[in-house]
Design a protein around this ligand. Structure first.
Ligand code: PGA
Length: 256
């Protein structure tokens, strides 16, 4: 019912030429081993978007291209920011919002994330909206409440007509880039609570169509365990998405 998704977040890695090469390598790998049952998304840095989207177009490569951030205003005096229309114009069809690195280092709030989601959806770009608890919250045992609260704030007032066009990524902060993964059971506990919250907000049918991804040191060796879980519909991948072979290995596991 929900199509699995593997989404790569390249973060602040890859110059333009390196990004194009990685996109080409991924395109070749996916053509050799088609994984049509999986939605594949790559999210390069802003300045690499056009090059990666160009590979997609030229090669007819089986992946979509996403940005890692956006600003909700349409245009104007917002130095350093990028609008939804600008993303569309260079071929981005997805956009990560609310990554814990943006929340933590750049002060992004749930209110900002909510505005970004609304702007993206109005522009026809699919948000991949992130949530997840820090270590001290996990240790205090209040992680479910913490994430449910984020979901309520981040989705406030959203109108979701096509649930396949709004994606959530649960990424416990203590597991991001640390090599420490949550167990598949940890992921299911929170992703299940997210689904329940979505049912309360949007109703069963819509909630059943929204993909919830797990992220945080996901790699070829552990991805299958997460994907086996009822409410985990895919993975958001940082480090392991920077090499075509490991990213493709995860896509192939998701296609099994
Ligand atoms: P990681 O990053 O896979 O390197 O832990 C995940 C993410 O932040 O998207």
């Amino acid at each position: 019912m929900r199509k699995r998704m593997i989404a790569g977040n390249w973060k602040m890695n890859k110059t333009y030429a390196e990004a194009v090469t990685l996109a080409q390598d991924l395109s070749v790998a996916l053509k050799e081993n088609p994984a049509d049952s999986v939605d594949v998304v790559v999210c390069p840095p802003m300045v690499d978007l056009k090059g990666v989207a160009g590979v997609r177009e030229f090669d007819n490569a089986p992946f979509e291209v996403g940005a890692q951030n956006v600003y909700w205003e349409a245009s104007g005096a917002y130095t350093g920011e990028t609008s939804c229309d600008m993303l569309t114009a260079v071929g981005a069809t997805y956009c990560i919002i609310g990554h814990s690195e943006r929340r933590g280092y750049f002060g992004e709030t749930d209110e900002d994330i909510n505005k970004k989601a609304k702007a993206l959806m109005a522009a026809g770009i699919v948000p991949i909206s992130c949530c997840g608890e820090p270590l001290e919250v996990r240790e205090a045992g209040t992680h479910v409440e913490f994430v449910v609260d984020q979901i309520k704030k981040d989705t406030e007032g959203l109108e979701i007509t096509d649930p396949s066009k709004y994606v959530i990524a649960y990424e416990p902060i203590w597991a991001i880039g640390t090599g420490k993964t949550a167990t598949a059971e940890d992921a299911q506990e929170v992703c299940g609570a997210i689904r329940k919250t979505l049912v309360e907000i949007f109703g069963q049918e819509t909630a059943d169509g929204i993909r919830v991804l797990y992220g945080g040191s996901a790699k070829p060796e552990n991805v299958a365990g997460f994907l086996d879980k009822e409410d985990v519909d895919g993975a958001r991948v940082g480090g392991a998405s920077l090499v075509a072979d490991s990213f493709n290995a995860m896509i192939q596991k998701a296609a099994e």
